[in-house]
Design a protein around this ligand. Structure first.
Ligand code: GLA
Length: 374
């Protein structure tokens, strides 16, 4: 007898700690109330048939033949299907059963917008296979299997933040993850504030290669730092002053990219302190500083994201604003006084249209729980 399953898996927004999860830094994301909704009916064989309803596409994959990244008829998998296939492959490397099923899913997470639509798909399928097959696994480990799928199967050399946030979100909270120790805890959001997301609607096609290039630059800076101090394992072990001392040994690009990372790792520490003492204003100021650093040093912003942040900064109830996620287009995250959130949505949409002739999708979001079986 076949069994039916329904899974909800959210996207995420990152409040602070951008581009530090490949460098052992701390990150502060929250799962959001935009999600993947997936329905599945088990099969008795090893085939998984997946319908991506929003794309009007479907794929059939033999779960015993994942290595070639081909569908069951031998054609290359479409890029979206590499996420579920990669998760099955990754789980199998750990000896976890992945059963066949008929699956369909739909999503209201904008794609390629820095809100982790792909991690949400990965986590949705991991939770599905867990529910169908009955093995147990904690959510941190589950997110690590999903990250492995993205790095080793889909080819994006990402950190753990996105999969972690989609799997471990907590209603009304951000989740602070130390990507070195893997300690994590939920932290309340700044009091009386709303999180507003603004999708610039701009997407950059070189996102993946530029992302991977920045990671390589950070590794180059680490290699130089290790010549001075053999105990350095990542940029987490390098202070801003130490990086300044090494500057002449680094190419300009490597220096600036690493400078963002070491500065951002320090900013997150300050921001955690702000949350502890309830200082939302300084937290917001740090968000603006992070944006400037991502724009000028890490070089992952674009004119449209800069325009959104600049317009937001002119609104008196906007406490902080910055690009969120990998960058190169996508979204900004804005921390706004709760009572002014709706007014802000209108202000930002109108200002952006005037300045760029583009219609941003601006919406208030609520921090949500991680993926679950309905
Ligand atoms: C992408 C990656 C994450 C993280 C962010 C930038 O979302 O998947 O691991 O590196 O970019 O902070």
């Amino acid at each position: 007898m076949s069994q039916k399953f329904h899974i909800v898996s959210p996207g995420r927004v990152n409040l602070l700690g951008e581009h530090v999860d490949k460098n052992d830094g701390k990150v502060l994301p929250a799962a959001i109330d935009r999600s993947i909704k997936l329905s599945a009916e088990t099969r008795d064989d090893s085939l998984i048939k997946i319908k991506a309803l929003d794309l009007a596409e479907s794929v059939e994959i033999d779960l015993t033949k994942l290595d070639g990244k081909l569908d069951s008829a031998g054609s290359p998998l479409p890029s979206w299907a590499k996420y579920p296939a990669g998760v099955a492959w990754s789980l199998q490397t750990g000896g976890f059963a992945t059963k066949g099923a008929e699956v369909e899913f739909t999503s209201n997470i904008p794609m390629g917008a820095g809100l982790s639509s792909s991690a949400a798909v990965e986590v949705a399928f991991a939770v599905l296979w867990q529910a169908m097959s009955g093995w147990s696994m904690d959510r941190l480990t589950l997110s690590q299997y999903c990250q492995k799928a993205e790095v080793e199967y889909a080819g994006v050399n990402c950190g753990l933040m996105d999969q972690f946030a989609c799997a471990n979100g907590v209603e009304g909270h951000a989740v602070l993850l130390d990507t070195r120790s893997l300690d994590f805890k939920s932290v309340p959001l700044p009091k009386n504030t709303s999180i507003v997301i603004a999708d610039s609607t701009v997407r950059r096609s070189l996102q993946t290669s530029a992302y991977n290039d920045r990671v390589i630059d950070c590794q180059a800076a680490v290699a130089v730092a290790q010549k001075r101090n053999a105990n350095v394992r990542s940029l987490r072990d390098v202070s801003v002053d130490e990086l300044e001392d090494m500057k002449s040994k680094l190419s300009d690009g490597v220096y600036r990219h690493a400078r963002h990372v070491v500065g951002e790792i320090e900013r997150v520490e300050q921001a955690i302190h702000c949350l502890e003492i309830g200082d939302s204003n300084t937290f917001g100021k740090i968000m603006f500083d992070t944006h400037a650093s991502l724009r000028d040093l890490y070089e992952v912003s674009c004119p449209e994201l800069d325009a959104l942040v600049e317009i937001a900064s002119g609104f008196s109830g906007c406490i902080g604003a910055r690009l969120t996620g990998a960058g190169f287009g996508g979204c900004t995250v804005n921390l706004v006084e709760q009572s002014k959130a709706e007014e802000f949505v209108q202000y930002l949409s109108e200002g952006y249209l005037r300045k760029t002739n583009l219609n941003a999708a601006v919406f208030v979001t609520h921090a949500s729980r991680g993926a679950y079986v309905v």
